[in-house]
Design a protein around this ligand. Structure first.
Ligand SMILES: CC(C)(COP(=O)(O)OP(=O)(O)OC[C@H]1O[C@@H](n2cnc3c(N)ncnc32)[C@H](O)[C@@H]1OP(=O)(O)O)[C@@H](O)C(=O)NCCC(=O)NCCS
Length: 451
């Protein structure tokens, strides 16, 4: 079967699954909403300590080039701390740390300048290679750097003079915007200038978050050698609010600093921050163009707190779902049935009103669970609430040790396909659910399996 013959005529989802190439086409189509969403947006990307030396860095450069080509406005901030530390050790230079921050005396400053210049050159040259031997071959990237950062001395803390260690005082957002408008990638090094003509050594994390805030960036992406934030069980947290991120106990100081940077940026107006592993090939693309992502997404606005429904929510849920039942989108549930099953529901409440709901029915013997009755009030749609509830349901199913979600739907299959579900035959349902299948509704069966 050739792709062309498949594309020429109508083909079922089953035929798509038998062809690897068609799977790619399908995947590409599913990335379209992400491409549309990201175009014209500003992302500040912090390349953490060690990123430039990572084996995955050449692929990261390609991925950055691709994002640029797709219309994303990129600002790159590179971290120099570990390279400076290494150079100081190699040269036997005595250097003092206070509260984990380096005191930058003139001798250390010479190293800082050298390391920063070398890294900036490396970054600029890699972005200028024309990307041979890569899918981005021939793309010409314009890279800009300059005196965008004004700094002030950190001063004397606990009697310790930090000398040329500085803090960000101001950023020339207007100047950077002109360059971003001209399709340049802006590179920021963690150095700042003062009106007195001095150069200050800055924290790259502080610079990245200050840049994201000053530019009104849509995302701050912090790339580190760690996969993202982990929950109490050591599992990767795919998504959390600022408050949830702040409540985590993190032992590694660098990870904690990155978490704090992300939270600070979110609190000061950056809608989303991501923590990603730079050693994972393709992490950036996976995070930005797939539903599952590759790291941790921290969002400023807590969605309305999703909570387990109780009997007091029955009227609110009925009010939300009745119009959808009447139009045949959802299966009708009597109040009595809803009373029995309310424990399976999760709801989002806003100002005392239920604005979204979803139910999870586990089929433990089959290792699966059914998603049912997922709905968002029409006034509150298209802001990610449905996706958020679905993610919660998936987390719950995982916690129950299940490995598959399925849904029966008549009018919403495309939404589920975009959320990573695949269309399947009715026979893929658990036996007991097959017996209850309503032939008249002729619903599509969609399944999402997870590891
Ligand atoms: C499906 C539903 C729950 C999504 O809720 P939501 O809070 O808007 O979800 P999200 O914000 O995460 O997703 C919105 C995206 O899904 C798209 N979408 C919504 N319904 C869709 C459908 N039936 N088919 C394809 N895409 C759909 C929207 O256009 C939007 O995409 P866009 O931002 O690219 O325009 C909501 O549209 C709804 O309540 N629909 C009626 C009930 C229903 O069909 N439930 C499923 C029964 S099995």
């Amino acid at each position: 079967m050739t792709i062309r013959s498949n594309l020429a005529g109508h083909h079922s989802k089953a035929s798509i699954n038998v062809s690897g190439n068609l799977h790619h086409i399908d995947w590409f189509r599913h990335t379209a909403p992400y491409i549309r969403n990201h175009r014209g947006k500003t992302f500040v990307i912090h390349l953490g300590n060690g990123a430039l030396d990572s084996g995955a860095f050449p692929s990261l450069i390609h991925d950055l080039a691709m994002l640029h080509l797709l219309g994303v406005r990129l600002v790159l901030v590179h971290a120099t701390r570990s390279a400076i530390e290494r150079a100081i050790l190699e040269r036997n230079i005595e250097s003092q740390l206070h509260r984990g921050i380096r005191v930058t005396d003139p001798q250390v400053m010479a190293v800082v300048r050298e390391v920063t210049a070398a890294q900036r050159l490396q970054l600029e040259s890699q972005l200028s290679t024309g990307l041979p031997d890569s899918p981005m071959r021939g793309s010409r990237l314009r890279v800009a750097s300059g005196n965008f950062v004004t700094a002030r001395p950190l001063g004397i803390v606990d009697g310790v003079d930090f000398q040329l260690t500085g803090a960000v005082r101001r950023l020339d957002a207007a100047g950077m915007t002109v360059l971003l408008d001209a399709q340049a990638i802006v590179v920021l090094s963690p150095l700042g200038f003062s009106s007195t003509g001095e150069v200050f050594n800055l924290s790259s994390e502080e610079l990245a978050s200050a840049a994201a805030i000053a530019l009104g960036a849509d995302k701050l992406i912090i790339m580190d050698a760690a996969p993202g934030l982990l929950d109490e069980d050591g599992q990767l947290l795919k998504q959390c609010t600022v408050a949830e991120a702040q409540s985590l106990m993190i032992n590694d100081p660098q990870q904690a600093a990155h978490r704090d940077t992300a939270c600070r940026a979110c609190e000061q107006g950056v809608p989303r921050a991501h923590l990603l592993n730079f050693n994972r090939n393709g992490a950036l693309i996976e995070e930005l163009f797939s539903h599952d992502g590759a790291g941790t997404l921290i969002s400023r606005e807590a969605f309305e707190q999703a909570r387990r429904a109780n009997v007091d929510d029955i009227s609110g849920v009925l009010e939300l779902v009745r119009p959808l039942e009447e139009s045949g989108v959802l299966v009708r549930r009597s109040r009595e049935l809803l009373e029995q099953e309310i424990g399976n529901f999760r709801v989002l409440e806003r100002d005392g009103r239920i604005i979204a709901c979803a139910a999870l029915y586990p089929f433990t013997n089959d290792g699966s669970a059914e998603i049912a009755c997922i709905a968002t009030h029409p006034d509150y749609r298209n802001q990610g609430r449905g996706e958020h509830l679905l993610l919660l349901m998936e987390q719950e199913a995982r916690q129950l040790g299940l490995s598959r979600l399925f849904v029966l739907t008549t009018q919403t299959s495309h939404w589920f396909l975009e959320q990573g579900f695949e269309q399947r035959d009715r026979s893929a349902l658990p036996d007991e659910r097959q017996k209850l299948y309503n032939l008249q509704r002729n619903s599509s069966v969609l399944i999402k399996a997870f590891a």
